[in-house]
Each structure stands twice: as structure tokens, then as C-alpha cells.
Design a protein around this ligand. Structure first.
Ligand SMILES: Cc1cc2nc3c(=O)[nH]c(=O)nc-3n(C[C@H](O)[C@H](O)[C@H](O)COP(=O)(O)OP(=O)(O)OC[C@H]3O[C@@H](n4cnc5c(N)ncnc54)[C@H](O)[C@@H]3O)c2cc1C
Ligand code: SF4
Length: 499
């Protein structure tokens, strides 16, 4: 393997895009489409479909930041984020939802972003067409999701089929480990190749650790690039504009580690996680939740975009064996007893549309530190969600429900399920997982309201833009990727028009 050429390590571009996930890929595409010289710098590697082995022990370290072990500083929430060309779109579950109008109107009003709803509307249309977003068909609803729907129907709860960006899906069930069938219409398959066809360059295994700037103007980025053979080299890219798209946690960390905090200390504020608990159930007949598309049915019975009394989204959630073993509490014989019923297990995830928020900090070399405590009102809502999840499974015919607290709770009647609503969550009990971090560099029409304006331009430095989940002014209450792709399009076009 040759050493990296010196030329590779110092280069120029019109625009350097840091990160290649939902936001970065779309921004790069728009910039390349406008004829600009774009370099995408991505810390992870490329993931060709033939390398998706469907094995957890191989794919989790390859696809996820910190091998899937990233947590908040107090270790109360596991925060799962992707790495590699395509970012978190490579392993995500392909659900596509727009932010509801009521929430967009609130953003427009509270954050002084009057044009944002209309701009997002146009961008949603374009992104949905590009990524083939359609409703999951009835034939694609697996038994696990059908049972969840059956429980909702028995209780008279609102439920429905979700929309997704898949084409040619064979229902293998391995979405979270990467699709060996290349059926995901995501950043890696659709958007980045389109950008590359228009001339965008891409570096992989290149981690940015600093944004260069002089006199309030950003001049490029620097970091470390690995050659895949154990050697690493420092690199530097000079650019007229820098677009940060390293995700809701990492972009903020880069801003802070580079000494670019704004005078209102907006950089880092407004971290939302969508923390979720797990409620498992054992059925008398096999569920075989591993077969088919993992998530296709949702219940919005407890969810409203703006009503604080309804802030829980309910969906089935499936874990491959090692992940499931990590979710179920206990060790030794009791754990083995639960795992021996793997074929009969169902699970769902009450996920918070969190009204409370945390803060992103940074290590000296630009890695994120996530400070987040569950707000007490969010905690009460989570307990209601856990109770509702238990009721749904029992109504669908589950023999018993397991709530994986430090002291596991086993429930086998609706009355016991109702009692779960009085649980007071404590730190890491129940264990929470978050797959949708948002905020940190949120949009605000005025610098005191948010670190970036409604086009992703960082208020406190010239030449710096943000095009990822950091921009969200609040949590979205649903899967955010569609909005992030759409924001990437808006930001990419805006940068292109100003160079
Ligand atoms: C298990 C799981 C399932 C999910 N399912 C869904 C779903 O069904 N629907 C949905 O809407 N959302 C889903 N999401 C969330 C969704 O994938 C993300 O919200 C979205 O991809 C975030 O886009 P982004 O552009 O902000 O960041 P990402 O897509 O995470 O991309 C950021 C990229 O930046 C790179 N990077 C980070 N730091 C640096 C650095 N310093 N230098 C260079 N590169 C860097 C990372 O390696 C990464 O590739 C899921 C997430 C997970 C973890
Ligand atoms: S379920 Fe469909 S999209 Fe998911 S990994 Fe299998 S073939 Fe790919």
C-alpha cells in the first residue's frame, strides 16, 4: 500500500464539507450542481454493500461512532451515531417523516424564521422524489409490527403505517447493520454518487479536528487522515467556505474546540436526544421479530408536535441477539432464560419528543461531550409511554411484559401495566438509548436565539455554515433524517449562491 501522496495532505477547494451523512451529502450535491469545487471530508470509511456481513460483532464497530458505545457524560443515555460515507443513513431504519406544520410554525414564530416552513416544503418535495419515499406496503408489515398494530387496535389507539426510502427491499431485517441488498435509497447510494458525478471529491478516514480562522473569517479545516494501513498523516484544506455536517454532536464540538464560541453562548445549547426506553414482551407463539422490515407501524396516540401533555412516540423496536442481550437486564441464568425465548420476544420503544434539553461540550481535539439530564416532566411522560407500551403488548396477546429497569419489572395484567405510569425514572434507570441527537447549533433569526441563521450560516464567523441535525431548534418528535436532508439542500444552495 503506497503512502499517501503529499498532494493529498494539503489541498484547496471552493468549499469543504465536513461529514457525509444526510445533511453533508445533500449540501455537497447542491454545491457541485452549482459548479463549485467541493471536497467532502469524512472520518469513517466507505461501506460497499458487499462488506455488510450481517454480523453484529463486525458491523457495529465499523458503522458506529465509538463502536456504538458513545454515551452522555453521565452515562445515562447511550447515543448511537454512524460513521463512514453516508453517515448515519447507512445503518438507519429508513423511516421518513416531515416535521408537522404546527411545529414548523412554532419554529418560525419563536426562532424568527418566517420563511423556513415554505423553504422546507419545497425541499421536502425534492428530497422525497430523489430518495423514492413511499408508504410501507401492507405486505411489508412483519408479524412483530402487525402484533403491535393489533394491540393498538384492541385499545382503540391511533396507529398507522410509516413511510420509508427503500427500493428492492427483500425484507432481510438487517437494516441496522447495513443493507447487503443495496435497497436503501440513502446518502451513500443516491446522493453522494450524484455529487461525485458532478465532480465532488471525497476523502475518507479523514477526521477534522480544527476549523482554521483569521479575524473572524473561516479559512479551512485541518485534521488527521489514516491510510488504512496503520499510518496517519495530518492534513490541511484551504477553502472559501466550510460547511459543517459532522452531525448534531460533532459539528458543535468542532466549533467549540476551534475557539469559535459566540458571545451569546448559543454554540452547544439546545441538545435534544429523543431518549427512548425499551419495553419487551413474550408471546405464546413465535414472533420472529428478525424477519422483515424492523419498523413499519407507529402509534402517535401519545404524541403531538406542540402539546406538552403528549410527547411520546411509540414504535416496535428489534434487537439482533447481542443487542437484545444488552437490553435485557441481569446476567447468568435469568438472562439466559429471557434470551432462550428470543423467538417469542417483541419489544417497543417509547421515545420522548424531549422538551428538556442538554448541552454539547468538546474535548481539546474536537470530540463531543454530551451533557444531558432527563427533565422531570420528560421523565413523567416517559413513564406514561412505558405503561402504554406494556398495555399494547398485553392487548395483543403477550403472556408477560418485561420492563428492563435496574430491578426488572415483569407485568402480566393491564392493571399492573397502568401502574408503570408512576415509575420515576432515575439516572440510567431505565437505561435509555438515543438515535436522533439534534441541536447544538440551532437556527435562530437573531444571534441571541440560535448559533445559525435560517440558511445554516453561523452567526459568529464569516464563511462558516452548518448543514446537519445541529440546526434543529427543538426536538422533532419523529425520525429527523428527511428534515436533515432537506436542510442540507437549503444550506448547499445558500452557500452556492454566496460564493
Ligand atoms: C440505529 C439508528 C436508526 C435510525 N433510524 C432512522 C430512521 O429510520 N429515520 C430517520 O429519519 N432517522 C433515523 N436515524 C437518525 C438519522 O440517521 C440521523 O438523524 C441522520 O442521519 C443525521 O444526519 P446528519 O447529517 O446530521 O449526521 P450523520 O448522518 O450522522 O453524518 C455525520 C457524518 O459526519 C462524520 N463526522 C463526524 N465527525 C467528523 C469529523 N470530525 N471529521 C470528519 N467527519 C466527521 C461522521 O462519521 C458521519 O459520517 C437513525 C439513527 C440510528 C443511529
Ligand atoms: S430489510 Fe430491506 S432495507 Fe433492510 S437490510 Fe433487508 S433488504 Fe435492506
Amino acid at each position: 500500500m503506497p503512502m499517501l501522496a503529499a498532494d493529498d495532505l494539503r489541498t484547496r477547494a471552493d468549499v469543504v464539507v465536513v461529514g457525509s451523512g444526510a445533511g453533508g451529502s445533500m449540501a455537497a450535491l447542491e454545491l457541485a450542481r452549482a459548479g463549485h469545487d467541493v471536497l467532502v471530508v469524512e472520518m469513517g470509511e466507505a461501506h460497499p454493500p458487499e462488506r455488510f456481513t450481517q454480523r453484529e460483532e463486525e458491523m457495529i464497530p465499523r458503522l458506529f461512532q465509538d463502536s456504538g458505545a458513545r454515551t452522555t457524560v453521565d452515562m445515562s443515555v447511550q447515543v448511537v451515531q454512524g460513521k463512514g460515507l453516508g453517515g448515519s443513513t447507512v445503518h438507519n431504519l429508513n423511516l421518513c417523516k416531515r416535521v408537522p406544520d404546527a411545529l414548523l410554525d412554532r419554529w418560525a414564530d419563536r426562532q424568527r424564521l418566517p420563511d423556513l416552513p415554505a423553504r422546507l416544503g419545497e425541499a421536502y418535495d425534492a428530497v422525497e422524489a430523489m430518495l423514492d419515499v413511499t408508504e410501507v406496503t401492507e405486505g411489508q408489515v412483519n408479524r412483530h409490527n402487525a402484533l403491535f398494530r393489533q394491540g393498538c387496535r384492541a385499545l382503540g389507539l391511533h396507529q398507522g403505517r410509516l413511510r420509508h426510502n427503500r427500493r428492492g427491499c427483500v425484507g432481510s431485517g438487517f437494516c441496522e447493520l447495513g443493507c447487503a441488498y443495496d435497497a436503501k435509497q440513502n446518502a451513500a447510494k443516491i446522493v453522494l454518487p450524484a455529487a461525485a458525478a458532478l465532480g465532488a471529491r471525497m476523502w475518507t478516514r479523514a477526521r477534522v479536528d480544527r476549523i482554521d480562522h483569521r479575524f473572524g473569517r473561516v479559512t479551512g479545516v485541518r485534521g488527521v487522515r489514516h491510510d488504512g494501513q496503520g499510518r496517519s498523516h495530518r492534513f490541511r484544506v484551504k477553502a472559501r467556505a466550510v460547511v459543517l455536517a459532522a452531525s448534531a454532536t460533532a459539528s458543535t464540538a468542532l466549533v467549540l474546540a476551534s475557539g469559535l464560541q459566540d458571545r451569546w453562548r448559543q454554540a452547544g445549547a439546545g441538545l435534544h436526544l429523543h431518549p427512548a426506553a425499551t419495553v419487551a414482551a413474550v408471546f405464546p407463539e413465535p414472533v420472529e421479530a428478525w424477519r422483515g422490515i424492523p419498523q413499519s407501524i407507529e402509534s402517535t396516540e401519545l404524541l403531538d408536535p406542540v402539546d406538552p401533555n403528549r410527547r411520546v412516540w411509540l414504535v416496535p423496536v428489534f434487537g439482533h441477539p447481542a443487542t437484545a442481550a444488552g437490553m435485557i437486564p441481569g446476567t447468568g441464568a435469568p438472562l439466559m432464560e429471557w434470551l432462550s425465548q428470543y423467538r417469542y420476544l417483541a419489544a417497543s420503544s417509547p421515545m420522548l419528543h424531549d422538551h428538556g434539553s442538554g448541552r454539547v461540550g468538546a474535548t481539546r481535539d474536537g470530540r463531543p461531550l454530551l451533557h444531558y439530564r432527563l427533565d422531570p416532566s420528560d421523565g413523567r411522560a416517559l413513564a406514561q409511554g412505558m405503561a402504554m407500551a406494556a398495555r399494547i403488548w398485553l392487548a395483543a396477546g403477550a403472556r408477560r411484559v418485561l420492563v428492563p429497569m435496574a430491578r426488572p419489572l415483569v407485568v402480566d395484567s393491564l392493571a399492573e401495566a397502568d401502574a408503570l405510569a408512576s415509575i420515576v425514572p432515575r439516572r440510567a434507570d431505565p437505561p435509555l438509548a438515543a438515535v436522533h441527537p439534534m441541536g447544538g447549533l440551532r437556527m435562530g433569526g437573531l444571534p441571541r436565539m440560535g448559533a445559525c441563521d435560517g440558511f445554516g450560516r453561523y452567526h459568529a464567523a464569516r464563511g462558516l455554515w452548518v448543514a446537519d441535525g445541529s440546526l434543529m431548534p427543538s426536538s422533532t418528535g419523529g425520525p429527523p433524517q428527511l428534515t436533515i436532508y432537506a436542510l442540507g439542500r437549503i444550506v448547499g444552495r445558500s452557500v452556492a449562491s454566496q460564493l
